[in-house]
Design a protein around this ligand. Structure first.
Ligand SMILES: NC(=O)c1ccc[n+]([C@@H]2O[C@H](COP(=O)([O-])OP(=O)(O)OC[C@H]3O[C@@H](n4cnc5c(N)ncnc54)[C@H](O)[C@@H]3O)[C@@H](O)[C@H]2O)c1
Length: 318
């Protein structure tokens, strides 16, 4: 089966691409190498996939491709490409978010609806985000909670979700949206908290924590996210959204304690004010994904952090 992974050079996309190749799929990857973080890192993310003869790569922006040709022979789409990051989504840069997260998603869906004729797409899996929930007080959060994002990024991801729903409703494109809860693990984006914490500990720099550190997150190891995508090829119901979380909730302060234990080093922490757009807590109710997709979170936070620390030690200094 031939599948398309957009954003294949990114953190999640590169892991998903490798898993699909290992499982015997033919993978077409698209990535524009958006300059949100270093091109060198994205090249390194793609290194393993590029060695596989079943991997084909197109370095281009989804907005500029002739999608009819690109989608020829593609059975499934894993749409991971996006401008990620909550804090940089304010101001003029929202334009990048609307382009990559809303327009690019609409363009792909439109191509699925318009260009595929008799042989439709088997599944269109959209990488959504827990950011769509905003500062909900309803924890753990179910999918039927009213999404109320508090960041422009969250708004852009929610718009993408709505587009997935309406292209299913009107044109029968078999979309599924997976709401990822903070993903971590090897190759985590360098702007993300764990990457920055581990890097600071290794290099004896101060760790900056926004707020008092009692904010909690449902952290999800990247292989669990990848597994959810694989399950979504055939599982779940078209037009639906599913929470994909790590199955537990933990404070940022506790994460620092665990990292100190794993690295055997002390962390020097400074607290600054909370950032606009950051939510207080996230905690996924994953019962719908368990029931419909057969999803289970398999990697504990201690085990996952050990893997990320090990990876950082070996690879992150590029
Ligand atoms: N990492 C997380 O914690 C997290 C949480 C929730 C949701 N998500 C979602 O998961 C997906 C992957 O996130 P990530 O952390 O791997 O981000 P990432 O930035 O590492 O990967 C995204 C990739 O998409 C590419 N891209 C962006 N716009 C493009 C376009 N128009 N055309 C082609 N390529 C384009 C970028 O170059 C990048 O390599 C995103 O959709 C993100 O919104 C991530």
């Amino acid at each position: 089966m031939k599948v398309l992974v957009t954003g294949c050079a990114g953190f999640v996309g590169s892991h998903l691409t490798e898993r699909l190749l290992n499982d015997g799929f033919e993978v077409l990857g698209i990535d524009s190498f958006l300059d949100y973080y270093s091109e060198k890192i994205k090249e390194a993310n793609l290194k393993n996939a590029r060695k596989n003869p079943r991997f084909e790569f197109i370095k281009a922006d989804i907005l500029e491709l002739e999608l009819k040709d690109v989608l020829e022979g593609v059975d499934c789409i894993f749409h991971q490409a996006a401008q990620a990051g909550v804090r940089s989504s304010w101001g003029d840069s929202f334009q990048i978010y609307t382009n990559s997260n809303i327009l690019a998603t609409q363009r792909l869906l439109e191509a699925c609806a318009r260009d595929r004729g008799e042989r439709g797409i088997r599944r269109f899996v959209y990488a959504s985000s827990s950011s769509v929930y905003g500062d909900t007080k309803s924890l753990p959060t179910c999918e039927h909670e009213l999404p109320r994002p508090i960041s422009p990024y969250g708004v852009s991801k929610l718009a993408g979700e709505h587009l997935c729903y309406l292209y299913w409703k009107n044109f029968g494109v078999p979309t599924i949206a997976l709401r990822y809860f903070t993903v971590y693990g090897p190759r985590q984006r360098p702007d993300m908290a764990f990457y920055k914490f581990i890097d600071a500990i290794f290099n004896s720099r101060k760790i900056t924590i926004y707020g008092d550190g009692n904010q909690t997150r449902d952290f999800t190891f990247v292989s669990d996210i990848v597994e959810a995508n694989i399950l979504a090829i055939d599982g779940g119901e078209d037009g639906n959204v599913y929470n994909i979380g790590g199955g537990s909730r933990i404070s940022v302060n506790r994460i620092i304690d665990i990292l100190e234990k794993i690295t055997g080093k002390n962390a020097v922490v400074e607290h600054t004010k909370t950032q606009k757009g950051d939510v207080k807590d996230t905690y996924a109710d994953i019962s719908k994904a368990e029931a419909d997709l057969g999803y289970k979170s398999r990697v504990s936070i201690e085990e996952g952090l050990k893997k990320q620390v090990m990876w950082h030690r070996e690879h992150a200094q590029i």
